[in-house]
Ligand binder design. Structure first.
Ligand SMILES: Cc1cc2nc3c(=O)[nH]c(=O)nc-3n(C[C@H](O)[C@H](O)[C@H](O)COP(=O)(O)O)c2cc1C
Length: 441
Protein backbone atom coordinates (compact mmCIF):
# COMPACT_ATOMS: atom_id res chain seq x y z
CA UNK A 1 0.00 0.00 0.00
CA UNK A 2 1.65 3.31 -1.05
CA UNK A 3 1.82 6.01 1.60
CA UNK A 4 -1.13 8.42 1.49
CA UNK A 5 -0.68 11.70 -0.33
CA UNK A 6 -2.07 14.92 1.11
CA UNK A 7 -3.15 17.86 -1.02
CA UNK A 8 -3.86 21.39 0.13
CA UNK A 9 -5.48 23.97 -2.13
CA UNK A 10 -3.69 27.31 -1.74
CA UNK A 11 -6.21 29.97 -2.73
CA UNK A 12 -4.85 33.34 -3.74
CA UNK A 13 -6.62 35.97 -5.80
CA UNK A 14 -7.97 34.47 -9.06
CA UNK A 15 -4.94 32.24 -9.26
CA UNK A 16 -1.26 32.32 -8.39
CA UNK A 17 0.04 33.58 -11.69
CA UNK A 18 0.63 37.28 -11.28
CA UNK A 19 -1.55 37.98 -14.33
CA UNK A 20 -4.38 35.66 -13.28
CA UNK A 21 -6.76 38.28 -11.96
CA UNK A 22 -7.82 39.62 -15.39
CA UNK A 23 -7.19 36.46 -17.40
CA UNK A 24 -10.15 35.52 -19.66
CA UNK A 25 -10.32 32.16 -17.85
CA UNK A 26 -10.54 33.76 -14.40
CA UNK A 27 -13.70 33.82 -12.28
CA UNK A 28 -15.55 37.12 -12.84
CA UNK A 29 -16.68 37.51 -9.24
CA UNK A 30 -15.29 40.21 -6.99
CA UNK A 31 -12.38 39.21 -4.77
CA UNK A 32 -14.53 40.48 -1.89
CA UNK A 33 -17.38 38.08 -2.77
CA UNK A 34 -17.34 35.29 -0.19
CA UNK A 35 -19.31 32.99 -2.52
CA UNK A 36 -16.16 32.75 -4.68
CA UNK A 37 -14.12 31.34 -1.79
CA UNK A 38 -16.97 29.15 -0.52
CA UNK A 39 -17.36 27.58 -3.98
CA UNK A 40 -13.63 26.86 -4.16
CA UNK A 41 -13.73 25.20 -0.74
CA UNK A 42 -16.71 23.11 -1.85
CA UNK A 43 -14.85 22.08 -4.99
CA UNK A 44 -11.81 21.09 -2.90
CA UNK A 45 -14.10 19.10 -0.63
CA UNK A 46 -15.81 17.34 -3.54
CA UNK A 47 -12.33 16.27 -4.74
CA UNK A 48 -11.55 15.13 -1.15
CA UNK A 49 -8.56 17.45 -0.75
CA UNK A 50 -7.21 17.72 2.78
CA UNK A 51 -7.55 21.45 3.17
CA UNK A 52 -7.74 24.93 1.74
CA UNK A 53 -5.33 27.69 2.73
CA UNK A 54 -5.28 31.49 2.75
CA UNK A 55 -1.95 33.31 3.10
CA UNK A 56 -1.83 36.82 4.53
CA UNK A 57 0.32 39.92 4.59
CA UNK A 58 -0.63 42.78 6.88
CA UNK A 59 -0.26 45.55 4.31
CA UNK A 60 -1.15 46.41 0.75
CA UNK A 61 1.66 44.77 -1.23
CA UNK A 62 3.43 46.68 -3.97
CA UNK A 63 1.88 44.47 -6.67
CA UNK A 64 -1.63 44.52 -5.15
CA UNK A 65 -3.22 46.52 -7.95
CA UNK A 66 -1.56 44.85 -10.96
CA UNK A 67 -1.91 41.34 -9.56
CA UNK A 68 -5.20 41.51 -7.63
CA UNK A 69 -3.51 40.65 -4.35
CA UNK A 70 -6.15 41.58 -1.81
CA UNK A 71 -8.75 39.53 0.01
CA UNK A 72 -10.97 39.60 3.11
CA UNK A 73 -9.41 38.72 6.46
CA UNK A 74 -8.55 34.98 6.19
CA UNK A 75 -9.77 33.94 9.64
CA UNK A 76 -13.12 35.62 9.03
CA UNK A 77 -13.34 33.86 5.66
CA UNK A 78 -12.73 30.52 7.37
CA UNK A 79 -15.70 31.13 9.67
CA UNK A 80 -17.97 31.72 6.68
CA UNK A 81 -16.57 28.72 4.78
CA UNK A 82 -16.93 26.47 7.82
CA UNK A 83 -20.68 26.99 7.68
CA UNK A 84 -20.89 25.80 4.09
CA UNK A 85 -18.56 22.77 4.20
CA UNK A 86 -18.28 19.61 6.29
CA UNK A 87 -14.93 17.93 5.76
CA UNK A 88 -12.28 20.11 4.18
CA UNK A 89 -9.57 21.47 6.48
CA UNK A 90 -9.36 25.24 6.97
CA UNK A 91 -5.90 26.80 7.14
CA UNK A 92 -5.20 30.51 7.62
CA UNK A 93 -2.07 32.50 8.25
CA UNK A 94 -1.69 34.29 11.56
CA UNK A 95 1.33 36.47 12.36
CA UNK A 96 3.26 36.03 15.59
CA UNK A 97 5.05 39.27 14.92
CA UNK A 98 1.94 41.47 14.74
CA UNK A 99 -0.66 39.81 16.95
CA UNK A 100 -1.02 38.75 20.57
CA UNK A 101 -1.14 35.11 21.68
CA UNK A 102 -4.46 35.59 23.44
CA UNK A 103 -6.23 37.02 20.39
CA UNK A 104 -4.83 34.43 18.06
CA UNK A 105 -5.47 31.44 20.34
CA UNK A 106 -9.06 32.55 20.75
CA UNK A 107 -9.63 33.07 17.02
CA UNK A 108 -8.28 29.69 15.92
CA UNK A 109 -9.93 27.79 18.79
CA UNK A 110 -13.18 29.45 17.72
CA UNK A 111 -12.72 28.36 14.09
CA UNK A 112 -12.00 24.84 15.35
CA UNK A 113 -15.28 24.85 17.29
CA UNK A 114 -17.28 26.40 14.47
CA UNK A 115 -15.92 23.92 11.91
CA UNK A 116 -16.14 20.83 14.12
CA UNK A 117 -12.36 20.30 14.24
CA UNK A 118 -10.99 21.49 10.91
CA UNK A 119 -8.89 24.54 11.83
CA UNK A 120 -5.17 25.02 11.24
CA UNK A 121 -2.89 27.98 11.92
CA UNK A 122 -0.08 28.81 9.50
CA UNK A 123 2.43 30.37 11.88
CA UNK A 124 4.35 33.20 10.26
CA UNK A 125 7.05 35.51 11.53
CA UNK A 126 6.14 38.32 9.13
CA UNK A 127 9.07 38.92 6.79
CA UNK A 128 7.83 41.96 4.81
CA UNK A 129 9.65 44.97 6.24
CA UNK A 130 7.02 47.54 5.29
CA UNK A 131 4.39 45.88 7.53
CA UNK A 132 6.13 47.40 10.57
CA UNK A 133 4.89 50.87 9.59
CA UNK A 134 1.27 49.70 9.93
CA UNK A 135 1.94 48.91 13.58
CA UNK A 136 4.06 51.93 14.47
CA UNK A 137 7.08 49.67 14.87
CA UNK A 138 10.53 49.02 13.44
CA UNK A 139 11.02 45.84 11.40
CA UNK A 140 12.14 43.04 13.72
CA UNK A 141 15.34 41.23 12.75
CA UNK A 142 15.05 37.68 11.37
CA UNK A 143 16.47 35.90 14.43
CA UNK A 144 14.46 38.01 16.89
CA UNK A 145 11.26 37.27 14.98
CA UNK A 146 11.84 33.58 15.52
CA UNK A 147 12.63 34.15 19.23
CA UNK A 148 9.33 36.01 19.57
CA UNK A 149 7.68 33.22 17.60
CA UNK A 150 8.95 30.57 20.02
CA UNK A 151 7.34 32.36 22.95
CA UNK A 152 4.21 33.19 21.02
CA UNK A 153 3.61 29.56 20.02
CA UNK A 154 4.34 28.29 23.54
CA UNK A 155 1.80 30.74 24.97
CA UNK A 156 -0.83 29.83 22.37
CA UNK A 157 -0.40 26.11 23.03
CA UNK A 158 -0.76 26.71 26.77
CA UNK A 159 -3.91 28.75 26.21
CA UNK A 160 -5.42 25.97 24.09
CA UNK A 161 -4.47 23.52 26.85
CA UNK A 162 -5.90 25.65 29.64
CA UNK A 163 -9.25 23.85 29.58
CA UNK A 164 -9.49 20.09 30.10
CA UNK A 165 -11.64 18.33 27.53
CA UNK A 166 -14.30 17.72 30.19
CA UNK A 167 -14.26 21.21 31.72
CA UNK A 168 -17.57 22.14 30.11
CA UNK A 169 -20.29 20.81 32.35
CA UNK A 170 -23.46 22.61 31.32
CA UNK A 171 -25.35 21.41 34.38
CA UNK A 172 -28.68 23.22 34.25
CA UNK A 173 -30.19 21.74 37.38
CA UNK A 174 -31.00 24.32 40.07
CA UNK A 175 -27.71 25.75 41.32
CA UNK A 176 -25.81 23.96 38.55
CA UNK A 177 -22.71 25.28 36.81
CA UNK A 178 -21.71 25.61 33.20
CA UNK A 179 -18.09 24.64 33.77
CA UNK A 180 -15.82 22.88 36.25
CA UNK A 181 -13.26 25.42 37.44
CA UNK A 182 -10.99 22.67 38.77
CA UNK A 183 -10.54 21.57 35.14
CA UNK A 184 -9.60 25.06 33.88
CA UNK A 185 -6.27 26.67 34.77
CA UNK A 186 -4.45 29.96 34.40
CA UNK A 187 -1.25 29.50 32.40
CA UNK A 188 0.86 32.23 34.05
CA UNK A 189 3.05 32.46 30.98
CA UNK A 190 6.00 34.79 31.59
CA UNK A 191 8.32 35.31 28.65
CA UNK A 192 10.62 38.06 27.51
CA UNK A 193 8.14 39.28 24.89
CA UNK A 194 4.79 37.96 26.11
CA UNK A 195 3.14 37.62 29.48
CA UNK A 196 -0.20 35.85 29.49
CA UNK A 197 -2.19 35.02 32.61
CA UNK A 198 -4.90 32.88 31.05
CA UNK A 199 -6.96 30.78 30.97
CA UNK A 200 -8.43 31.20 27.49
CA UNK A 201 -12.08 32.22 27.44
CA UNK A 202 -12.92 29.49 24.91
CA UNK A 203 -13.19 25.79 25.88
CA UNK A 204 -10.75 23.24 24.51
CA UNK A 205 -11.54 22.76 20.85
CA UNK A 206 -12.46 19.54 19.01
CA UNK A 207 -8.90 18.90 17.82
CA UNK A 208 -7.45 19.71 21.24
CA UNK A 209 -5.25 22.17 19.43
CA UNK A 210 -5.82 23.37 15.87
CA UNK A 211 -3.19 21.91 13.52
CA UNK A 212 0.08 23.88 13.48
CA UNK A 213 1.41 24.71 10.03
CA UNK A 214 4.68 26.48 9.29
CA UNK A 215 6.89 27.38 6.35
CA UNK A 216 10.25 28.36 7.75
CA UNK A 217 13.09 27.39 5.45
CA UNK A 218 16.21 29.20 6.67
CA UNK A 219 18.37 27.29 9.13
CA UNK A 220 16.57 28.95 12.04
CA UNK A 221 13.22 28.58 10.31
CA UNK A 222 13.76 24.86 9.75
CA UNK A 223 14.43 24.32 13.44
CA UNK A 224 11.28 26.25 14.28
CA UNK A 225 9.24 24.21 11.82
CA UNK A 226 10.77 20.91 12.91
CA UNK A 227 10.02 21.69 16.55
CA UNK A 228 6.46 22.97 16.21
CA UNK A 229 4.87 22.26 12.85
CA UNK A 230 2.59 19.35 12.07
CA UNK A 231 2.31 20.37 8.43
CA UNK A 232 5.00 22.28 6.56
CA UNK A 233 4.57 24.32 3.40
CA UNK A 234 7.75 24.79 1.43
CA UNK A 235 8.78 26.52 -1.80
CA UNK A 236 11.28 24.99 -4.21
CA UNK A 237 12.28 25.65 -7.78
CA UNK A 238 13.82 22.19 -8.16
CA UNK A 239 13.03 18.67 -7.01
CA UNK A 240 16.57 18.32 -5.67
CA UNK A 241 16.24 21.08 -3.04
CA UNK A 242 12.70 19.94 -2.13
CA UNK A 243 13.94 16.44 -1.37
CA UNK A 244 16.92 17.73 0.58
CA UNK A 245 14.53 19.91 2.59
CA UNK A 246 12.25 16.94 3.31
CA UNK A 247 15.03 14.72 4.61
CA UNK A 248 16.51 17.55 6.62
CA UNK A 249 13.19 18.49 8.27
CA UNK A 250 12.35 14.89 9.15
CA UNK A 251 15.79 14.48 10.68
CA UNK A 252 15.54 17.70 12.66
CA UNK A 253 12.08 16.68 13.94
CA UNK A 254 13.46 13.29 15.04
CA UNK A 255 16.45 15.03 16.69
CA UNK A 256 13.95 17.08 18.71
CA UNK A 257 12.45 13.79 19.92
CA UNK A 258 9.38 14.01 17.70
CA UNK A 259 7.90 11.23 15.59
CA UNK A 260 8.85 12.38 12.07
CA UNK A 261 5.63 10.83 10.70
CA UNK A 262 3.76 13.51 12.63
CA UNK A 263 5.23 16.17 10.34
CA UNK A 264 3.58 16.36 6.91
CA UNK A 265 5.77 18.13 4.33
CA UNK A 266 3.99 19.74 1.39
CA UNK A 267 6.05 21.51 -1.30
CA UNK A 268 4.28 24.05 -3.51
CA UNK A 269 3.21 22.91 -6.97
CA UNK A 270 2.07 25.31 -9.65
CA UNK A 271 1.20 23.19 -12.69
CA UNK A 272 -0.05 24.61 -15.97
CA UNK A 273 -2.06 21.79 -17.52
CA UNK A 274 -3.02 21.16 -21.15
CA UNK A 275 -4.58 18.33 -23.13
CA UNK A 276 -1.19 17.71 -24.73
CA UNK A 277 2.29 18.65 -23.59
CA UNK A 278 2.49 21.21 -26.41
CA UNK A 279 -0.81 22.77 -25.31
CA UNK A 280 0.34 22.93 -21.69
CA UNK A 281 3.57 24.66 -22.70
CA UNK A 282 1.63 27.06 -24.91
CA UNK A 283 -0.66 27.85 -21.95
CA UNK A 284 2.37 28.65 -19.79
CA UNK A 285 3.95 30.80 -22.52
CA UNK A 286 0.69 32.64 -23.00
CA UNK A 287 0.53 33.40 -19.25
CA UNK A 288 4.12 34.60 -19.15
CA UNK A 289 3.63 36.76 -22.24
CA UNK A 290 0.94 38.67 -20.30
CA UNK A 291 3.41 39.45 -17.52
CA UNK A 292 4.62 43.01 -16.96
CA UNK A 293 8.37 42.75 -16.21
CA UNK A 294 8.25 46.02 -14.27
CA UNK A 295 5.74 44.54 -11.80
CA UNK A 296 8.01 41.49 -11.54
CA UNK A 297 11.00 43.73 -10.88
CA UNK A 298 9.17 45.37 -7.96
CA UNK A 299 8.12 42.02 -6.50
CA UNK A 300 11.66 40.73 -6.79
CA UNK A 301 12.92 43.87 -5.10
CA UNK A 302 10.54 43.26 -2.17
CA UNK A 303 11.95 39.74 -1.82
CA UNK A 304 15.44 41.23 -1.54
CA UNK A 305 14.58 43.84 1.09
CA UNK A 306 14.06 46.67 -1.42
CA UNK A 307 17.24 46.01 -3.45
CA UNK A 308 17.26 48.01 -6.69
CA UNK A 309 17.12 45.86 -9.83
CA UNK A 310 15.99 48.71 -12.10
CA UNK A 311 19.34 49.10 -13.87
CA UNK A 312 19.51 45.48 -15.05
CA UNK A 313 18.87 44.70 -18.70
CA UNK A 314 15.95 42.28 -19.05
CA UNK A 315 17.70 40.15 -21.66
CA UNK A 316 21.23 39.88 -20.29
CA UNK A 317 22.16 36.76 -18.32
CA UNK A 318 22.13 37.52 -14.60
CA UNK A 319 25.13 37.09 -12.32
CA UNK A 320 25.13 36.11 -8.65
CA UNK A 321 26.76 39.47 -7.94
CA UNK A 322 23.57 41.21 -9.18
CA UNK A 323 21.92 40.07 -5.92
CA UNK A 324 22.61 40.93 -2.29
CA UNK A 325 23.81 38.03 -0.14
CA UNK A 326 20.61 36.24 1.08
CA UNK A 327 22.24 35.53 4.44
CA UNK A 328 22.53 39.26 5.10
CA UNK A 329 18.81 39.88 4.54
CA UNK A 330 16.29 40.43 7.31
CA UNK A 331 13.38 39.33 5.11
CA UNK A 332 12.83 35.79 3.74
CA UNK A 333 16.35 34.41 3.54
CA UNK A 334 15.41 31.00 2.17
CA UNK A 335 13.44 32.17 -0.88
CA UNK A 336 16.16 34.67 -1.76
CA UNK A 337 18.73 31.87 -1.57
CA UNK A 338 16.65 29.68 -3.91
CA UNK A 339 16.53 32.48 -6.46
CA UNK A 340 20.26 33.12 -6.35
CA UNK A 341 20.91 29.39 -6.63
CA UNK A 342 18.81 29.01 -9.78
CA UNK A 343 20.40 32.08 -11.36
CA UNK A 344 23.83 30.61 -10.67
CA UNK A 345 22.86 27.18 -11.97
CA UNK A 346 20.88 28.11 -15.07
CA UNK A 347 22.33 31.48 -16.10
CA UNK A 348 18.84 32.98 -16.56
CA UNK A 349 18.18 36.45 -17.92
CA UNK A 350 16.13 38.78 -15.74
CA UNK A 351 13.14 38.32 -18.08
CA UNK A 352 13.39 34.53 -17.72
CA UNK A 353 13.75 34.76 -13.95
CA UNK A 354 10.74 37.05 -13.67
CA UNK A 355 8.69 34.66 -15.81
CA UNK A 356 9.68 31.77 -13.54
CA UNK A 357 8.74 33.88 -10.55
CA UNK A 358 5.45 35.21 -11.97
CA UNK A 359 3.88 31.75 -11.87
CA UNK A 360 4.52 30.69 -8.33
CA UNK A 361 6.71 33.30 -6.60
CA UNK A 362 9.48 30.73 -6.18
CA UNK A 363 7.34 27.60 -5.98
CA UNK A 364 7.79 24.80 -8.49
CA UNK A 365 6.11 25.72 -11.77
CA UNK A 366 5.74 23.21 -14.57
CA UNK A 367 3.63 22.53 -17.67
CA UNK A 368 2.24 19.13 -18.64
CA UNK A 369 -0.70 16.85 -19.31
CA UNK A 370 -2.80 15.51 -16.41
CA UNK A 371 -0.86 12.21 -16.66
CA UNK A 372 2.48 14.02 -16.51
CA UNK A 373 1.41 16.02 -13.46
CA UNK A 374 0.13 12.86 -11.74
CA UNK A 375 3.46 11.16 -12.58
CA UNK A 376 5.36 14.08 -11.10
CA UNK A 377 3.32 13.97 -7.88
CA UNK A 378 3.88 10.23 -7.60
CA UNK A 379 7.58 10.59 -8.31
CA UNK A 380 8.21 13.35 -5.74
CA UNK A 381 6.16 11.58 -3.06
CA UNK A 382 8.06 8.33 -3.44
CA UNK A 383 9.65 8.80 -1.01
CA UNK A 384 10.56 12.42 -0.22
CA UNK A 385 7.30 14.41 -0.05
CA UNK A 386 4.00 13.78 1.77
CA UNK A 387 1.91 15.52 -0.86
CA UNK A 388 1.64 19.01 -2.29
CA UNK A 389 0.47 22.49 -1.63
CA UNK A 390 -1.39 22.90 -4.91
CA UNK A 391 -1.32 26.44 -6.32
CA UNK A 392 -3.68 26.88 -9.28
CA UNK A 393 -2.27 29.33 -11.86
CA UNK A 394 -5.69 30.66 -12.99
CA UNK A 395 -8.99 29.91 -11.24
CA UNK A 396 -11.02 28.18 -12.59
CA UNK A 397 -9.69 27.70 -16.15
CA UNK A 398 -6.33 26.19 -15.20
CA UNK A 399 -7.53 24.67 -11.92
CA UNK A 400 -10.39 22.51 -13.17
CA UNK A 401 -8.11 20.12 -15.10
CA UNK A 402 -6.26 19.45 -11.84
CA UNK A 403 -9.45 18.77 -9.88
CA UNK A 404 -11.24 16.89 -12.64
CA UNK A 405 -8.35 14.93 -14.15
CA UNK A 406 -5.18 14.86 -12.04
CA UNK A 407 -6.88 14.07 -8.71
CA UNK A 408 -8.99 11.22 -10.22
CA UNK A 409 -5.80 9.78 -11.74
CA UNK A 410 -4.15 9.78 -8.31
CA UNK A 411 -7.23 8.07 -6.87
CA UNK A 412 -7.17 5.45 -9.62
CA UNK A 413 -3.54 4.73 -8.81
CA UNK A 414 -4.48 4.20 -5.15
CA UNK A 415 -2.39 7.20 -4.09
CA UNK A 416 -5.13 9.53 -2.93
CA UNK A 417 -8.19 9.02 -0.74
CA UNK A 418 -11.61 8.37 -2.22
CA UNK A 419 -13.28 9.15 1.13
CA UNK A 420 -12.20 11.29 4.06
CA UNK A 421 -10.58 9.18 6.78
CA UNK A 422 -12.18 11.09 9.64
CA UNK A 423 -14.12 14.15 10.63
CA UNK A 424 -11.25 16.37 11.77
CA UNK A 425 -8.28 17.74 9.82
CA UNK A 426 -5.95 15.89 12.22
CA UNK A 427 -7.60 12.59 11.35
CA UNK A 428 -7.34 13.28 7.63
CA UNK A 429 -3.68 14.28 7.90
CA UNK A 430 -2.89 11.27 10.11
CA UNK A 431 -1.95 13.50 13.05
CA UNK A 432 -2.42 12.60 16.71
CA UNK A 433 -4.75 14.63 18.91
CA UNK A 434 -2.48 16.32 21.48
CA UNK A 435 -3.13 15.95 25.18
CA UNK A 436 -3.50 19.08 27.29
CA UNK A 437 -0.21 19.89 29.02
CA UNK A 438 -2.14 20.77 32.18
CA UNK A 439 -4.73 17.99 32.06
CA UNK A 440 -2.96 15.02 30.48
CA UNK A 441 -5.37 12.43 31.93
C1 LIG B 1 3.36 28.21 1.01
C2 LIG B 1 3.89 29.31 1.85
C3 LIG B 1 3.00 30.23 2.36
C4 LIG B 1 3.45 31.30 3.11
N1 LIG B 1 2.55 32.19 3.58
C5 LIG B 1 2.96 33.28 4.23
C6 LIG B 1 2.03 34.25 4.64
O1 LIG B 1 0.84 34.09 4.43
N2 LIG B 1 2.50 35.36 5.26
C7 LIG B 1 3.83 35.55 5.52
O2 LIG B 1 4.19 36.57 6.09
N3 LIG B 1 4.75 34.61 5.16
C8 LIG B 1 4.34 33.51 4.51
N4 LIG B 1 5.25 32.58 4.10
C9 LIG B 1 6.64 32.76 4.47
C10 LIG B 1 7.08 31.85 5.60
O3 LIG B 1 6.24 31.94 6.71
C11 LIG B 1 8.50 32.16 6.06
O4 LIG B 1 8.56 33.46 6.54
C12 LIG B 1 9.40 32.03 4.92
O5 LIG B 1 9.40 30.72 4.44
C13 LIG B 1 10.80 32.47 5.27
O6 LIG B 1 11.31 31.68 6.24
P1 LIG B 1 12.81 31.83 6.57
O7 LIG B 1 12.98 33.25 6.96
O8 LIG B 1 13.01 30.88 7.69
O9 LIG B 1 13.53 31.52 5.33
C14 LIG B 1 4.84 31.47 3.36
C15 LIG B 1 5.75 30.54 2.85
C16 LIG B 1 5.29 29.47 2.09
C17 LIG B 1 6.27 28.47 1.55
Amino acid sequence: MPKPIHINLFIQSRGHHETAWDHPGADPRSLMDISYYVDLAKQAEAAKLDSIFFADVLMMTNDAMESGRFWPDPVIMLAAIAMETEHVGLVATGSCTYSEPYNLARQFASIDHISGGRAAWNIVTTWVEAVAANYGREHTAHGDRYEMGEEFVAAVKDLWDSWADDALVDDRSGGGVSGDLSRITPIDFKGEYYQVKGPLNVPRSPQGRPVLVQAGASDRGRDFAALHAEAIFTAHLEKETAQEFYRDIKKRAADFGRNADQVVVLPGLNPVIGGTEAEAKANLMELNARMDPEVGRRTLSQRFAGHDFSHLDLDQPLKVSDFPDPEGLETMKSRAALIVRIVDKEGLTLRELLARFAGGRGHYTTAGTPEQIADLIQDWCDPDADGFNYMPPVIPALMNPFMDEVVPLLKKRGLFRTEYEGTTLRENLGLDRPKSRFFPD
